[in-house]
Design a protein around this ligand. Structure first.
Ligand code: IMP
Ligand code: MG
Length: 192
């Protein structure tokens, strides 16, 4: 970003990777503008419909909250919790369902909201789970998309930002449960 000074933070003492630096890659303002844009697009797409918006816990809670506040349509919300990472930064390759959807999604329009799509494994798993329930339609929204590595078998309908294959934190995303509360998005410069 030219000469723009980007904020940096250091992993505090006592944490894994202590001392490593994280650098802001997407600012609060950039997120704010993008969320408004996506919400307008979704509102237009679902005019006259009442979709169920399903957030993928935990990471999507902040993006989801911002997104729904900017929608101009009626909607319902629900959540699903999936685990593919454990406490490591690499996908374990196995996806586990930790909390299923509570709403009756049969015959409904569904929008799945993710914080980030990395390998695409999680979203692939969720798509199959939803298809079993006989939904009317399913679309996917994600704040971040690692376009060089994601390889799910279908298109993602609403993408906030395409990002490089770096580990990112903030705006709901964690590293070992830390950094979720940052209001912008930071990346680890080195491999973690
Ligand atoms: P996937 O199954 O590899 O697409 O990964 C999906 C999930 O892994 C996301 O919903 C996140 O919770 C987590 N994840 C993937 N990449 C990152 C990252 O860079 N930072 C934090 N969490 C991540
Ligand atoms: Mg997630």
């Amino acid at each position: 970003m030219g000469r723009t000074l980007r904020k940096t933070l250091t992993v505090p003492k006592g944490y894994i990777n202590e001392g490593k630096e994280i650098r802001e890659i997407i600012t609060e303002k950039e997120i704010y503008n993008k969320v408004k844009e996506l919400a307008a697009e979704i509102s237009k797409c679902y005019a006259g419909k009442i979709p169920i918006i399903i957030g993928v816990l935990n990471g999507s809670f902040m993006f989801m909250a911002d997104l729904v506040r900017n929608l101009s349509i009626d909607f319902e919300v629900d959540f699903i919790k999936i685990s593919s990472y454990g406490s490591s930064t690499k996908s374990s390759g196995t996806v586990r369902l930790l909390k299923d959807i509570s709403a009756d999604i049969t015959g409904r329009d569904i929008i799945v909201v993710e914080d980030i799509i990395d390998s695409g494994l999680t979203i692939e798993f969720i798509k199959h789970r939803l298809e079993e329930a006989g939904t009317k339609s399913v679309k996917f929204a994600t704040c971040l998309y690692k376009s060089n590595v994601a390889k799910q078998s279908f298109d993602i309908d609403f993408i906030g930002f395409n990002i490089p294959d770096k580990f990112v934190v903030g705006y709901g995303l964690d590293f070992d449960q830390k950094f979720r509360g940052l209001s912008s998005i930071y990346a680890f410069e080195e491999e973690v």
